[in-house]
Write a protein of this length. Sequence first.
Length: 107
Amino acid sequence: MALKDTCKKLKTLLDEINQDMPKAEAGNKAAAQRVRKHTIAFAKVAKVFRKESVKAASGEKKAATKRKAPAKSKVASKKPVAKKATKARKPATKKRVTKRRVARKAK
């Protein structure tokens, strides 16, 4: 869906909820069911709207800041990379023997 279509869908769902809400508050069970149904649909469409709006906003930022960086020279001085010192491993500890293990071994 496009962002405009998603906005229209949100508006229509909100209108449907607003139409059935007074009926549901008055005690109409069918209207209450419709309100619940529309709120679930509204939540789903709202998630889609959020994804689309974030995508649209990030697309605008990329388009505005899209410039090529000056090329770096390939003859840049390379510094030697020192190897990381590895830590000595701790000796393996013995597993604690529980009552359950002792019972199994005895059988």
